[in-house]
Design a protein around this ligand. Structure first.
Ligand SMILES: C[S@@+](CC[C@H](N)C(=O)[O-])C[C@H]1O[C@@H](n2cnc3c(N)ncnc32)[C@H](O)[C@@H]1O
Length: 683
């Protein structure tokens, strides 16, 4: 299996907005110097230019460099005080402003250190957004979620979800996966499965069968687990690896340094420091005593460095220049950084916050854990992990905005765009209002899992006090709805004391409740015998029906027989599934059970192929032969030999009858200015 970094091509963070000084400050950096203002300014500008280009063009040699600044050291000392005794509360993970400039919020370790391999959070559920381009009539569209989603190539179970998942789908990994930022050299979080830690992902109906009105109304994909890929100090920012492709493939990240840029930056600093030394000891300069004095000041060294750094204002897209430490970095600081591991480490110390900082800026994210809901038909749910007093934060929830919910419409054909057949599953995980096209979808740990209780909810949503863009409350959706970063947040807040283990519920609103009741009333069990393949595979004692009893290989599910039960030489086309390293990897053949021996629980099996019947919309079964025999028939085949796969687009959430409705934002919370004339009638 390839590495995580090469397989991810998408996720998260808001565009990094480099914070650059203006060009004027570059031109005369020494204007405040006490002596020889004009001469020194010109001289330094000239020398700097020479040195900068000399360093840039002759980058070579090995890195060495920067030490933590004094401020960073203080902060580090604070954060390494005994965390178990000094923390205000026991919290494993925080949401707080990211260390990365312009990246919005990030996820931070709580008051305890994590060891390499430790699990960091409850598993993420994963929501597929499929065929978005096709359903939007192949037009370009704005979808902020694209910045927060992961490539489906990460998730083997997506293979059977739609026909071409790798091209057409992306996965919303709604908890950690959506909240965590990436700083390539400081990645400290790994994906449990993809990075070889084991087998986290799973498909599950969470106890809701396909015969329930809840079937297909929530995602079957869960179990994405994140672990520490190195030891992590308390209050450190957590960084996952989005892969270099994420940054190189998006113009808004043109200035984000890649690994290679940090290496070049290290070499550049090495050359720069050598040149500076050489200049100071230059024989002709040595004769000018006043200039020698000047050159030996820290001020001069800082200004030289600033001259180089502030050229970022000209070469805004230089990843290399952005890999260099910021303005006013002194020579001893550069030396220290190089010793500390090079430019890639420059934000290491600033990524570790103090307890006081976290108390002021952070919101605890780990008050809840996941499980199967107690509510009939509801799927999974969120449960209190600790006692949460009335009025306290249950969970912080940054919001991804979708200015026009019609983007989530799903069609069978495009002839009548005003009457969609269905909606993307994501709709069920977002909040809306009857008089607006706007949807606000919360992310953050397990917020997606909070279920509805109309009568006795223990939690409510309220606007957070920590919005990135509070001004949006006074602006119409047209003014901010297309911003390519998020700006609003909810807090889920306890309506009463909540005991550990209690399921967290909110009221989704009267319209949701009415729609659900109507759905339950009308639900007519459209697939009475259907069981998804991923459930059949888990049933060790499954009695395989023969094709005289049921036709499930023609509808919704395909049945395969594992190769090692077969004679070696015959002509049927084998299928290969999954990744080579996986236990199940191997050759499979489509097959069907012909008869069953009830005593030995073994089967007589025919190997088949399915052939598309043109224009008939179904398949014909061709029975395969072996050498000169008319059919390939195998005897005494045990249950273990059978393996099921879902036919694309047949899982419950693709069924047009599966329930769709957004959760509702209460009227008294919804600003009038966000109401739209163009109200969407269908939901
Ligand atoms: C925000 S999601 C909640 C998480 C969801 N239970 C899951 O397993 O992913 C909202 C969806 O959960 C289900 N749900 C939540 N509350 C429910 C309830 N009281 N009764 C039935 N289904 C419910 C519905 O399918 C709804 O569309």
């Amino acid at each position: 299996m390839s590495s995580l970094s090469s397989r991810i091509d998408a996720t998260i963070i808001d565009p990094i907005i480099p914070t650059l000084g203006g060009i004027n400050s570059v031109q005369c950096v020494y204007s405040n110097a006490r002596r020889k203002k004009d001469k020194s300014c010109n001289m330094i500008t000239f020398l700097s230019t020479l040195m900068f280009f000399a360093a840039m063009t002759t980058v070579s040699g090995s890195p060495s460099s920067i030490p933590p600044s004094q401020q960073q050291q203080q902060q580090q000392q604070q954060s390494t005080n005994d965390p178990t005794t000094t923390q205000p509360q026991d919290c494993g993970l925080y949401l707080a402003p990211s260390t990365i400039p312009g990246a919005g919020l990030g996820v931070f370790a709580g008051n305890k250190p994590y060891k390499k391999g430790d699990r960091l959070a409850p598993p993420d559920i994963m929501i597929p957004a499929y065929d978005m381009t096709w359903h939007n009539d192949d037009k370009g569209y704005h979808f902020l979620w694209d910045e927060y989603t992961w490539s489906t190539t990460m998730f083997p179970d997506m293979e059977d979800d739609i026909e071409d998942p790798f091209e057409q789908s992306s996965i919303i990994s709604s908890g950690f996966g959506a909240a965590i930022n990436c700083m390539l050299p400081l990645v400290n979080v790994a994906d449990y499965e993809s990075d070889g830690y084991g087998d986290g992902y799973q498909l599950t109906t969470s106890g809701v069968s396909s015969q329930s009105p809840g079937a297909g109304a929530f995602t079957p994909m869960t179990g994405r687990i994140f672990v520490a890929s190195k030891d992590i100090e308390p209050f450190s920012e957590l960084y996952a690896d989005y892969g270099e492709g994420y940054f190189s493939g998006r113009s808004s990240y043109d200035s984000v340094p890649l690994f290679d840029d940090y290496e070049k930056a290290d070499k550049l600093i090495g050359r720069y420091m050598k040149r500076l030394e050489a200049m100071k000891s230059n024989a002709s300069i040595k004769e000018d005593l006043e200039l020698v004095d000047l050159l030996n000041t820290t001020e001069f060294e800082n200004d030289m460095w600033n001259f180089m750094i502030e050229t970022r204002a000209i070469w805004r897209e230089s990843r290399l220049l952005h890999a260099l430490p910021g303005p006013n970095t002194s020579i001893p600081e550069l030396e220290n950084l190089m010793e500390f591991g090079g430019t890639g480490m420059q934000h290491y110390n600033s990524s570790i916050k103090s307890q006081e900082w976290m108390k002021e800026h952070g919101q605890c994210m780990d008050n809840i854990h996941d499980g199967v809901s107690n509510i009939p038909h509801a799927g999974r749910g969120a449960f209190a992990s600790k006692f949460i007093p009335e009025g306290d934060l249950v969970s912080p929830a940054p919001l991804i905005h979708i200015p026009d919910r019609r983007i989530l419409r799903v069609y069978e054909d495009h002839d009548h765009p005003e009457t969609p057949h269905h909606h993307q599953l994501l709709l069920n995980y977002c909040f809306g209002h009857a008089e607006s096209t706007l949807l606000l979808c919360p992310y953050g740990l397990l917020n997606f899992l909070i279920n509805h209780d109309a009568k006795n909810p223990n939690t409510k949503i309220q606007w957070s006090k920590k919005h990135r863009h509070p001004e949006w409350f006074n602006e119409s959706i047209n003014e901010w709805g297309h911003s390519y970063h998020n700006g609003l947040s909810f807090d889920f807040v306890a309506l009463r004391d909540i005991n550990p283990g209690e399921e967290i519920t909110i009221d989704y609103g009267e319209e949701w409740e009415a729609a659900w009741q109507e759905h339950v009333k009308r639900f007519d069990n459209p697939r009475p015998k259907y069981i998804p393949a991923f459930e059949l595979n888990k049933m060790d004692d499954l009695i395989i029906p023969t094709y005289f009893e049921v036709d499930y290989q023609y509808e919704n599910v395909l049945m395969f027989c594992r190769q090692h039960f077969f004679p070696t030489a015959f002509e049927a086309k084998p299928y290969r599934f999954g990744f080579e390293e996986e236990e199940d990897y191997g050759e499979y053949y489509l097959c069907r059970a012909f008869s069953r021996n009830e005593t030995s629980r073994t089967y007589t099996v025919e190997v088949i192929e399915r052939e598309d019947c043109a224009n008939k919309g179904n398949y014909e079964v061709v029975v395969k032969t072996y050498k000169d025999t008319p059919k390939l028939i195998l005897f005494d085949i045990p249950r273990d030999a059978f393996f099921f796969r879902d036919i694309p687009y047949t899982r419950d959430h693709h069924q047009f009858w599966s329930f769709r409705h957004d959760m509702r934002i209460p009227n008294d919370m919804f600003p009038d200015i966000w109401k739209t004339d163009d109200v969407v009638g269908d939901i």
